[in-house]
Design a protein around this ligand. Sequence first.
Ligand SMILES: O=c1ccn([C@@H]2O[C@H](COP(=O)(O)OP(=O)(O)O[C@H]3O[C@H](CO)[C@@H](O)[C@H](O)[C@H]3O)[C@@H](O)[C@H]2O)c(=O)[nH]1
Ligand SMILES: [Mn+2]
Length: 712
Amino acid sequence: MEPHRKHKVVGTTLHTCHPCRRTIPYRIYAVVHMCGIIALMYHHVHSLLTANAPIIVTCLLLFSDIVLSFMWASTTSHRLNPVHRTEYPENFASKPEDFPKLDVFICTADPYKEPPMMVVNTVLSVMAYDYPSDKISVYVSDDGGSSLTLFALMEAAEFSKHWLPFCKNNNVQDRSPEVYFSSSNSHSWTKEAEIIKLMYADMKGRVEHVVANGNVETALITCDNLRGVFDSWNYKFSRHDHPTIIQFELTRGQVLQNSETDMDNTEKHMMPNLIYVSREKRKVSPHHFKAGALNTLIRVSGVMTNSPILLTLDCDMYSNDPATPVRSLCYLTDPKIKSRLGYVQFPQKFIGISKNDIYACESKRLFNINMVGLDGLMGPSHVGTGCFFNRRAFFGPPSKLILPEIDELSPYRIADKSIEAQDVLALTHNVAGCIYEYNTNWGSKIGFRYGSLVEDYYTGFMLHCEGWRSIFCSPKKAAFYGDSPKCLTDVVGQQKRWAVGLLEMSLSKYSPIFYGLKLLGLLMGLGYCNSTFRPFWSIPLTVYGLLPQLALIYGVSVFPKVSDPWFWLYIFLFFGAYAQDLSDFLLEGGTYRKWWNDQRMLMIKGLSSYFFGFIEFTLKTLNLSTPKFNVTSKANNDDEQRKRYEREIFDFGISSSIFFPLTTVAIVNLVAFVCGLYGVFLCGEGLVLELMLASFAVVNCLPIYEAMVFRI
Ligand SMILES: O=c1ccn([C@@H]2O[C@H](COP(=O)(O)OP(=O)(O)O[C@H]3O[C@H](CO)[C@@H](O)[C@H](O)[C@H]3O)[C@@H](O)[C@H]2O)c(=O)[nH]1
Ligand SMILES: [Mn+2]
């Protein structure tokens, strides 16, 4: 973070906003770089007309440079007005009874890729927020329809009665029990902590036993009334075809927590609601993956509690700071901005990243740098997790409320009935049914939007287009920590899914380049283009990764020679763009080595994920396949692999065709590099730019050669 003192400070005492220091130099540089790009375009057109190089070569280079310039322009839109914000939750003075109610949504989809203990820890960490407990309702959506997850939540509900008072009475900061009990200060644990630790270990043992067995044995269910709960999982039940299951009174008699009646074991605190929802699934009805799951939760929670504020979390994102909801209220309750404020987005931060982040798992540009840039315009994009929403934002533009099909779901309704009431329960089952959305606005005008595998990004974009604003809230102490894929195959797989989702968005009728620019204006529209058009990086990467290298091998030139003044333009544009990328990184708290790995990963993703993303998207458009939301595995059981990751050794995992273009480019560059060097020694002045490019690629590919050699 930069020092703020000298800068203009605007806002109320609940939050302040400071323009970043780099703004002015960045704006000046933008003008200079733009002149360079215009000159380059002139140069290309000139060579096209005078045709001193083969036309196809000039055209390919021109097209690549157009894509690169577009990427530069869209990145620059983030650089013209970056801001940092600070909030002062200590000034938030409402009485506990005046706090708004909060519904927390946690999504999970597969008990083997997303271990139920992980879900349990996330659930417990938010149940234990420093917030009036009776105002919190935690809804867990289980798209895996798994009895294992439900069993784990029943255990969590029981354990929470001890865990919540323990945290609050001792002001524990790590409210994910796994994190708390694995932290190193074990010697200072009190007797009470030791007892709770044993209870936790006990519960963990039971849950892991059930998961290893693959089914819930009746002997493990201690409470008689709970046994019937698992009857739904009969022979007809499969994860893609099953009825709705909603369980809400776990602790006494039936399932999960209920804040109206459940007291914790010290009888002082009220308990939050904990509700398990597995929406109905039928093979014939589309379920729209996570977007569909979240819309179901918006409706189920609408019927049960209808809190004005929603927090969405992926099951791996546990809370790292119990004060986070109050921090978000600094914005969400500010009368000056609240009527147009759609959401407050926190950054995605991850645990267990290797020292220099070899696979760029942090996605720093996406989750951090770009967010700071967009925050000074209309607000950050939505990144799917760690986001506090204004419920109203899901029901049409700020100026025009779109009423849902039934009154019970209206965002301003006060939910005053008990969640146990029969009619409430019946309605929740109805709204979680798979035909409920037919002929409604869900997924198009209200709720999370369907049509893209990056439902988060798409929905945020549509909200901005409707006139909603957003805020990026990035406190020093991370609000959430999550899990990020840590092996290369998983990373490129995740990125391929994103690429398909982004292409679905960029080539739809709501493409940021038309619809976005029209509704959001130049900078914000371009800002959205920066991410949506990211898969297009594969075009310049392929061209620049092969064409000049082939030229080197055949000894012909495609770039200007050193004696040509245009040579310096190439040097300037290349180093200018890279230097600015590096400076973005360093100014937002990155390191040189992380930046270096990040730029290498862009190359790798471009030649694998984005490349195949294009293919998958084309197949989808031709109706030849339907891309799926492949959930990223968060269970890492491979010790060898983990060790290699910690030692930062590149690991391609199981050999996969996804790496074919990448390895081809790596080999071509190595050959070209050798040929180029040979040329320089042989005839003095060689093809300097071509050789520089090949050497840059070779240096970048070193770990790839290493991995290739070790594999043989
Ligand atoms: O049919 C599905 C598929 C996924 N999920 C949940 O979606 C979340 C994200 O899935 P994950 O495999 O972790 O994907 P990531 O690529 O890591 O997620 C990023 O990208 C997604 C969009 O592709 C966003 O939804 C996420 O919030 C964002 O963190 C998880 O909690 C899943 O349980 C569902 O609920 N239903
Ligand atoms: Mn994830």
